[in-house]
Design a protein around this ligand. Structure first.
Ligand SMILES: C[S@@+](CC[C@H](N)C(=O)[O-])C[C@H]1O[C@@H](n2cnc3c(N)ncnc32)[C@H](O)[C@@H]1O
Length: 260
């Protein structure tokens, strides 16, 4: 079995366990996040959308009421089950869901006008190859959006270390510069970058939706508490202890490319 297949098996194992908790976490996201996404994407009624690595359909579901059609693709059937359930509860009909791998998208060249991928590049072993697939299925003049956590270069190693403990399917969170370079050599314009911080998130619900394999949740909490108390932010989470509770912040970048 190839390394990529091993890693994909790891992904499906992790996200089958995480599916229910992750979908619940997404539902509690403030609608401000949806409004910010819509303001950035500016969907048009004739757009055809692909959300790759869609998990519970986070962006595809929010975009569907504004576009002609949206497709969500993910490796993990349990995540797609969450997406279908949410589609039914919202009464949306212009969506479909595909089980598949972002490295080999089962779509024609230039099949979509908007191609999005959120919260997933840090799980990929070959981000450049995945991006090339996103660009392939985006039509000329269409746009590609990649949103992910992007620790600054000096915090990257610490961030990857704690995240690999918390979620063994984590590989490497791109820095903003690395994300910006994803389109190198491909028929896309230089990206516009939109940095943001998902600030002051309670750690406990995140831990409750985590399934570490080489240590316990208590070990992870202890490492983050130690980092918060050190005041050094070695883990890139800006961890803070307030009223006996731990809070973390994730630096996030959305990069937007226009397909040439
Ligand atoms: C953290 S979730 C993000 C879900 C959603 N995009 C969001 O923003 O909330 C990451 C998702 O990426 C999927 N994934 C990881 N590697 C993948 C691959 N090679 N092909 C397709 N999906 C993949 C996982 O199954 C998981 O559902």
């Amino acid at each position: 079995m190839s390394l990529a297949r091993d890693h994909n098996a790891h992904i499906v194992d992790q996200f089958s366990q995480q599916a229910e908790g992750y979908a619940a976490l997404m539902k509690t996201s403030p609608s401000a996040a949806e409004q910010a996404m819509l303001a950035l994407v500016r969907p048009a009624p004739d757009d055809r959308v692909l959300e790759a690595c869609c998990g519970p359909g986070t962006m595809a579901l929010d975009l569907a009421p504004h576009v002609a059609h949206a497709t969500g693709l993910d490796l993990t059937p349990a995540m797609l089950a969450q997406a279908r359930a949410e589609q039914a509860s919202r009464g949306l009909t212009n969506l479909d869901w595909r089980e598949g791998d972002v490295y080999a998208l089962p779509f024609e060249d230039e099949a979509f006008s908007l191609v999005l991928c959120g919260g997933a590049f840090h799980h990929l072993e070959r981000p450049q190859s995945a991006f090339a697939e996103l660009a392939r299925v985006c039509r000329t003049g269409g746009r590609i959006f990649v949103r992910d956590v992007t620790p600054e270069a000096g915090k990257s190693a610490g961030y990857d270390r704690i995240e690999k403990l918390r979620d063994p399917s984590h590989t490497h969170a791109l820095t903003p510069d690395e994300m910006s370079g994803l389109g190198g050599g491909l028929p896309v314009q230089a990206p516009e970058l939109f940095p943001n911080v998902a600030a002051g998130l309670r750690l406990e619900p995140i831990l409750a939706a985590s399934f570490p394999e080489t240590c316990t949740i208590d070990d992870i909490r202890a490492l983050i508490l130690d980092d918060a108390r050190s005041g050094e932010d070695r883990l890139g989470l800006a961890a803070q202890e307030q009223g006996g509770e731990l809070f973390v912040s994730y630096p996030v970048t959305t990069a937007v490319w226009t397909r040439l």
